[in-house]
Design a protein around this ligand. Sequence first.
Ligand SMILES: Cc1cc2nc3c(=O)[nH]c(=O)nc-3n(C[C@H](O)[C@H](O)[C@H](O)COP(=O)(O)O)c2cc1C
Length: 314
Amino acid sequence: MPNTEVTIGSLKLKNPVLTASGTFGYGDEVKELVDGSKLGGIITKSLSLKPRDGNAPNRIVETSGGMLNSIGLANIGVRAFIEQKLPYLRELDTVIIANIAASTLDEYCEVLSLLEHENGIDGYEINVSCPNVKEGGLNFGTNCDMIAEITRRLRPLTTKPLIIKLTPNVTHIADFARSAELAGADAISCVNTFVGMAIDIRTKKPKLSTVTGGLSGPAIKPLALAKVYEASQAVNIPVIGIGGIMTWEDAIEFLLAGATAIQVGTANFIDPTAGVKIADGIKSYCEKSNIASVTELIGALDAKRDNSILSSWL
Ligand SMILES: Cc1cc2nc3c(=O)[nH]c(=O)nc-3n(C[C@H](O)[C@H](O)[C@H](O)COP(=O)(O)O)c2cc1C
């Protein structure tokens, strides 16, 4: 039986598969369909201090090989999450990571502090990378100093793992990964959605109310894989790979590129059990390939670093 455990800071995940923020709700919406305890962990929808309605419709568009969204961080707010959602999550035998979004530094600190008083949260993922909100969002995520500042402010507030979720909408993601690491992050998540758009040629109008939105799904997999490879070459903390992972084969590619764990996002909208299937697939791949521990796959890509064009950026 292969060992499928991986470690993110002080957190032990029973397998490397997490659900990506915003694609699995708060966990309880799918409780009839998926046994969450079979996942390595669940990452909640981004939580903000106050409830948010998000952006006006239309805020989802299907594209070739993916989807565009401009949900705009709609969520019930951290206090309602604690009252209504956390009791269910607390009972699940899996790791629970709260994803936090905010428009100011103080707001990030306040949300984390409120959650820190509660049992049942094992770690935090900090969203500094939402491409479809005006305040915060990409203004934070595309500024290395801001990433460092957010991490430094949050670090003393918790001993639990602090994971910074990076945007791919930058030239050299290695710089951003390093900023988070130097400021005290335990891990980085890589990546959030790519800025994209779609146009209705009959009306000549953008298909999303916000004109642009975040592209996710299979279309972004090769792009995300390269970002994960670059980031993992630049830091010593774990990188959690995200972007278009639909199958266990996709997940293995991300592990080989350097990810310690992976997140499943858009795939959940097609099949909420995708994460569990991917976890099973990774396990049987290890079994069939005589791999004793899934950790043997992490960064095991057989490529000469000198040959990589990315190396000149690192
Ligand atoms: C509908 C939707 C809502 C999302 N909401 C959030 C969110 O609230 N917070 C966040 O950090 N990422 C959010 N994301 C980004 C995903 O967590 C993930 O980073 C991205 O979709 C790429 O992974 P995928 O290609 O597997 O979907 C959202 C993505 C989608 C499609």
